[in-house]
Design a protein around this ligand. Structure first.
Ligand SMILES: [Zn+2]
Length: 192
């Protein structure tokens, strides 16, 4: 049974005392995850166990016991996330582009980065942050980002010249070049 009550999901989880205890919870989580429709991660408090264990399964099943993010990039990427506790809901979240994680059942550090060409790396990177958040009682809704409303007059010609600004610098360039910058959210249309 997957917990869907927000109040329960907002509770902080406690560390497990032994790796063995963590592995037992991890096995339950993987079973539940496998039975889910299309989940790629699950945290123990989502099945009613308030302990710091979570699993992700993007490229391969990975159990994380008492995981902690020890390093994170300043820059973030925007990701469309779902959650088994909130079926049918999707949120655009801001996640660190890369994180380094330590866990009691892994020697050394685990590195996750959304910067590679492989989309699965981005999934894994967002997922690990999503699951560790769960253990701190944080849901994806708290990471939601609202992209700046892009005010673009309808029907700009691809070759039409526009002026855009990132708040410091102003550029005048063709719309086909400006469009991806504006859509990234870093640039906006400058008043003409
Ligand atoms: Zn979730």
């Amino acid at each position: 049974m997957i917990i869907t009550e927000m109040k329960q999901l907002q509770l902080m989880c406690e560390e497990v005392k032994t790796v063995k205890e963590g592995e037992e919870i991890g096995a339950q989580l993987l079973k539940e995850l496998t039975e889910s429709e299309n989940g790629i991660g699950l945290a123990a408090n989502q099945i009613g166990i308030n302990k710091r264990v979570c699993v992700i399964n993007v490229k391969e099943p990975l159990v994380l016991i008492n995981p902690r993010i020890v390093e994170k990039s300043e820059d973030q990427f925007v990701f469309a996330e779902g959650c088994l506790s909130f079926p049918g809901k999707h949120v655009k979240t801001g996640r660190h582009t890369s994180v380094i994680v330590e866990a009691d059942n892994h020697e050394g550090k685990l590195s996750f980065s959304a910067e590679s060409e492989d989309i699965n790396d981005a999934f894994e990177c967002a997922c690990v942050q999503h699951e560790i958040d769960h253990l701190d009682g944080i849901t994806m809704f708290e990471r939601s980002v609202t992209p700046q409303p892009v005010r673009v007059p309808k029907k700009i010609g691809r070759n039409e010249r526009v002026t855009i600004t990132d708040g410091k610098e102003t550029k005048e360039l063709k719309w086909k070049k400006a469009q991806p910058l504006v859509e990234s959210g870093d640039w906006e249309m400058a008043p003409a």
